[in-house]
Design a protein around this ligand. Structure first.
Ligand code: FES
Length: 163
């Protein structure tokens, strides 16, 4: 085997080794990312969260099937608040003691209407549309409502609370 051919094969194997190493590192990075964040793939079917009366005013309830929290404000209005942080997308847990959403990734804080209390989150948590069918709360997970901040018009009211 000539020296130039041996040299060529050596470079080829080195290049292939580098490509394989990069693929391995990319796979490991993807695996680590998937372990630290939740998947936010909305279901196609609307989610029936439960009877209206199961959610008293002032309550915040995790609805796992919809990847959101159902927050019922004191005036009886409902918000289906996405768990996905508006900063970089981490899942945001509800802190029942402090009555606020607290992102574990970079410490953004949101109130129970999803409004930003502490950055770096740039805007309020997204919403899903809420409607009522035969006294049951139904969440449409096919549609995400992006918003800058909470407004009263975002609330969904059951029939008996409408004025
Ligand atoms: S992802 Fe929530 S604060 Fe950064």
């Amino acid at each position: 085997m000539s020296t130039s051919r041996r040299s060529f094969l050596g470079k080829l194997w080195t290049s292939l080794g580098i490509v394989a190493l990069l693929q391995l590192m990319a796979g490991a990075a993807a695996f680590l990312r998937s372990g630290s964040r939740e998947e936010f793939v909305p279901k196609k079917q609307p989610v029936h969260a439960g009877p209206i009366n199961d959610f008293p005013p002032g309550s915040v309830t995790l609805i796992p099937a919809a990847h959101c929290y159902l927050s019922r404000l004191d005036n009886g209005g409902f918000l289906a608040i996405s768990r996905k942080c508006t900063h970089l997308g981490c899942a945001v847990p509800w802190n029942a003691e402090r009555r606020q959403f607290e992102c574990p990734c970079h410490r953004s804080v949101f109130d129970r209407s999803g409004n930003v209390l502490k950055s770096p989150a740039p805007r309020a948590l997204d919403l899903f549309p809420v409607r009522f069918e035969q006294q049951t709360v139904v969440i449409d997970v096919n549609q995400t409502i992006r918003r800058a901040a909470f407004e009263q018009a975002q609330l969904a009211f059951p029939e008996q609370y409408r004025s």
